[in-house]
Design a protein around this ligand. Sequence first.
Ligand code: PHE
Length: 357
Amino acid sequence: MEAPGNAERTGRFALNLAENLDELRRRFDAAVAGANDEQALESVRIAFLGRNGDVTKVRRSIGTLPASQRRDAGKTINDAVAAMEGRLDEAHTTLQARAFESELAASIDVSFPGIPPNLGSIHPVRRVIEQSCAYFGAHGFAVVVGPEAEPDYYNFDALNIPSDHPARESFDSFWLNDTMLLRPHTSPMQIRTMQEHRPPIAIVAPGKCFRRDAVDARHLFQFHQVEGLLVAEGIHFGHLKGMLTGLCRELFGSDQRVRFRPSYFPFTEPSAEVDTTCPKCKGSNSPCNMCGGSGWIELGGSGMVHPNVLREVGYDPERYSGWAFGFGVERLALSRYEVDDIRRFVNSDPDFLTQLA
Ligand code: PHE
């Protein structure tokens, strides 16, 4: 038999190469499809593309070709290899996704108790403010809020405390400049409200106050007050007594009593400090660590609005009268929750705060 010529030999090789590769490709695709894990996939790669793999063997046979044909044959094989590598990558990605899904499915135990979200709780100070406002709101009072930095006019002058008045000393304030200060009480809201409205006036004004007090178990330099003001015709001290007794019953229980001790505020006349029966010992006068055995807890100041204050806002004191009070909210909360130290309210300790929720 005559030996085949060069052209014929090359042509046959190209044909064989294509057939070989097609066949390899079919086997390869089937093997990849059958590989169920990474290890099996790696075995497929080694069997076809590894150093002694089938495709590598075909590549080696290129060496037997005439130099002029090697380039084309090489390219055909490279393309096939690139396609196969791409297929391996795809299979790899699919396997990984499948592994992740089955891991996920195995790790979800629908009977496992959930992790309760930490919702926090309403701060006791806010709770007392809300309860007080709700009580007054139910009696027709409006809730008003105002600025925490106020000119001295609202803090003092309009409240019948002129600049040379010794009562200014009792409000040891944080001054921002010659005339502005952080309000040491919520009483400026009396003036702001009366300036804007005609009687009858019925408001509660909760909010932050600031005084240069040394911090201890009973004092903070920033605290809250609830202010109340009622101005109309025929208002008398009995109205004040009734409303404050009602507030104390709302906050501390139905058997609370309220006591008024004569006191002095420039913006009320007469003026009184307000006490309520100790919510812990109920005024039994037994040894009590909340009231110190006195049976009473001090809540704040109150009184009948001074005629000078009514005049300052253009009200006729012959026609209108009113009462006002200002209670320390932290003081109310100390008694309400039987807390031993006022600083606990600002320490942001969730264990403490959630207990009072
Ligand atoms: N503003 C007064 C204080 O902070 C309390 C008070 C309010 C007294 C209203 C009388 C009337 O001490």
